[in-house]
Write a protein of this length. Structure first.
Length: 51
């Protein structure tokens, strides 16, 4: 029974680590999307000035 409990605790810990990693990656993707949107806005502004 102790082995089963230990295994369940380890799996639970691993799932928590995976969830944390996914959250961090999601934040990074959000930052990249924000940067791309800002660059797009700058590009459109520059294009309007050139016209």
């Amino acid at each position: 029974m102790d082995k089963v409990l230990g295994s369940v605790q380890r799996v639970s810990s691993l799932i928590g680590e995976i969830a944390s990693a996914i959250e961090e990656q999601g934040q990074s993707v959000g930052e990249v999307n924000t940067a791309i949107s800002q660059l797009d806005g700058m590009t459109q502004t520059s294009a309007a000035l050139v016209e």
